[in-house]
Write a protein of this length. Structure first.
Ligand code: BG6
Length: 569
């Protein structure tokens, strides 16, 4: 998966060495998501020039390339904007030229880093070719920087925000982008649609930045205002959220784990948001009239650096497998009360009557989270006696499945950012259904957009093959079923048995983990096999599906090979 990182120091002097280190370090924090190449861009020595470094392979190779290029590391910047990216090749093979940032022209008037996929890039490319633009990469991203240049050439007085707004208005698909331009020096724009982006803020002079609510009013007039003198007019005109122009640092990323060591104060962007950092101020506008609300909040992320370090484990997946006892205990903490035979889900309490009265419950998810829903479905419908459907988000959308206002749609997602899940969530909101999130990442899109959310509290899951989140999701959904059935006297004994069993789960997982050596021994005997068939029936069908899924995603990460999976029934 691609990763985005950007760093802005405003009115606080940093040398190039420091800036490059922050950017490279940010990229290292994104490495766990998998990538094949990386690149970054910083200001050059003369004002209107830039330094760009791109390398195939690990971030350490990019660092080596920078060191061997011997830029003047002592050059200082009072205010500076740098952007960086880890790429997972989709359009064009891993190569220096295909690495991000991508440029509009030889002068790098516009530089873009991008996560996601632009589905209409061929059309955009064709029309820009028709206008005389040339392309140097095979990527879908390059059309974004070229398009920015084209629009700027058409409207020389256009402001940066209006320009990017026009660009993203022409993009189909999904994106999280950072745009930097020598025509708008010391400014940066972050825009998202379907790909996560958040902005961390570190103020040198501490201010009460944690509860600043901001309203967005889309004023076309103010967006149209030209920015003649740098960014002079920008912040006041369309700024609905302004931080004072004190010495400030901004950290922009697709992932909180790259920000947490710098600041805990973050703002999550929503789809269609365009965030503009300029003159030490952050201004966010929404490019559409959004019916799901338009309020941003500075959130404090509860994530420590050690949470995202792998410690003595060989890899994150192993660490997270061993964190399962703690993860499920945390999922149940403060919720499961065995002595009083009670479960309290504060977050969903107010909605229980509506869920019970509802026509159906639909669990909508992707990948591992979908399998967790499959695993719990049997118990869930027996306990709740509410018709229960489990849907893969993409298929659900493709079918345009009917949704009624008395349906409860439960979105289960570790990250809370999976594109198909978000689209399905919006689809259900538009149809008036009650929506509930079961999410690990606090502050994620699913947790913000659903009417009520239950966090599974499993802690950060870095390994791409999900492990502890799966177990915790299972436990969370089981608790939800128990709460929904609490008035049913006929199920009293069964419910109490399940509660007892849940309480024993952390210790039982601990016991199972002691079998690591034996399990590895079995795996060793399978190493020479080309095919592995996983069988399962009843509640273990989901286990077989998840086992196959984990094998494939782990192999994909490690080998970066192509694979195909067949399903037989
Ligand atoms: C897919 C991944 O993209 O998303 C799966 O390949 C993952 O491994 C799935 O399980 C769902 O992710 P999330 O974050 O919504 O639970």
């Amino acid at each position: 998966m691609c990763g985005i990182f950007g760093y802005v120091n405003y009115s606080t002097e940093k040398d190039r060495r420091y800036i490059l280190n922050v950017l490279l370090n940010g990229l290292s924090r994104l490495e766990y998501r998998g990538y094949d190449s990386s690149g970054l861009l910083v200001d050059g020595d003369w004002g209107q020039d830039v330094l760009v470094f791109k390398e195939v392979g690990k971030v350490t190779k990019l660092r080596g390339l920078i060191e061997s290029s011997r830029p003047n590391m002592d050059k200082t910047f009072q205010t500076h904007v740098g952007i960086a990216h880890t790429r997972w090749a989709t359009h064009g093979p891993p190569s220096r030229v295909n690495c991000h940032p991508h440029r509009s022209d030889n002068t790098w008037e516009f530089a873009v880093v991008h996560n996601g996929i632009i589905t209409n890039y061929k059309e955009l490319r064709a029309s820009l070719l028709g206008e005389g633009y040339t392309f140097e990469t095979e990527t879908d991203t390059e059309c974004i920087s070229k398009l920015a240049k084209y629009i700027r050439n058409q409207h020389r007085e256009i402001g940066f925000v209006e320009l990017v707004k026009t660009v993203v208005g022409k993009l189909h698909g999904s994106f999280g982008i950072l745009v930097k331009s020598i025509s708008y020096p010391q400014e940066i724009i972050a825009a998202r649609k379907g790909s996560p982006l958040l902005i961390g803020v570190r103020l040198t002079n501490d201010i009460e930045a944690d509860v600043i609510h901001i309203e967005s009013v889309i004023k076309r007039d103010s967006l149209n205002m030209p920015l003649m003198n740098g960014c002079k007019s920008a912040s006041a005109s369309h700024g609905k959220y302004s931080l004072p122009p004190n010495p400030t640092e901004f950290f922009l990323s697709s992932d909180a784990s790259a920000i947490v060591e710098h600041t805990k104060q973050v703002i999550y962007l929503e789809d269609d948001d365009i965030a503009h950092i300029c003159g030490g101020q952050l201004n966010i506008v929404r490019s559409t009239n959004d019916k799901f609300g338009c309020t941003w909040k500075v959130q404090t992320i509860d994530l420590q650096l050690q949470d995202i370090m792998k410690g003595s484990y060989n890899h994150f997946m192993q660490k997270e497998i061993f964190e399962q006892p703690e993860a499920v205990a945390n999922t149940m903490r403060g919720r499961l009360d065995v002595p009083h035979k009670r479960i309290t889900l504060g977050c969903v309490n107010d909605y229980l009557p509506a869920i019970r009265r509802g026509r159906r419950i639909l669990f909508i998810a992707c990948g591992t989270s979908y399998h967790a829903c499959m695993a719990v479905r049997g118990t869930f419908e027996c306990l709740s006696e509410i018709p229960t459907v489990v849907e893969v988000a993409s298929d659900f959308l493709d079918r345009k499945a009917p949704i009624f206002h008395d349906d409860t749609c439960v979105f289960v997602s570790q990250s809370g950012e999976t594109a198909d899940c978000l689209l399905a969530l919006k689809y259900c909101l538009e149809r008036g259904a009650l929506t509930l999130g079961i999410v690990n990442c606090v502050g994620s899109s699913v947790s913000r957009l659903t009417q009520c959310v239950m966090h599974i509290n499993a802690g950060p899951e870095i390994g791409v093959a999900s492990t502890k989140a799966y177990t915790s999701q299972f436990v969370a959904m089981t608790m939800l079923a128990l709460v929904l059935s609490e008035d049913d006297v006929s199920k009293k004994v069964w419910r109490e048995e399940i509660m007892q069993a849940l309480a024993q789960l952390p210790a039982q997982i601990d016991e199972a983990l002691k079998l690591e050596k034996q399990i590895k021994g079995i795996c060793d005997t399978l190493q020479a096999q080309n095919n592995i068939l996983l069988w399962g029936r009843g509640s273990q069908f989901a286990t077989a599906l998840e086992g196959a899924h984990s094998l494939v995603s782990a192999m994909d990460r490690w080998l970066h090979t192509e694979y195909s999976v067949g399903r037989c029934s």
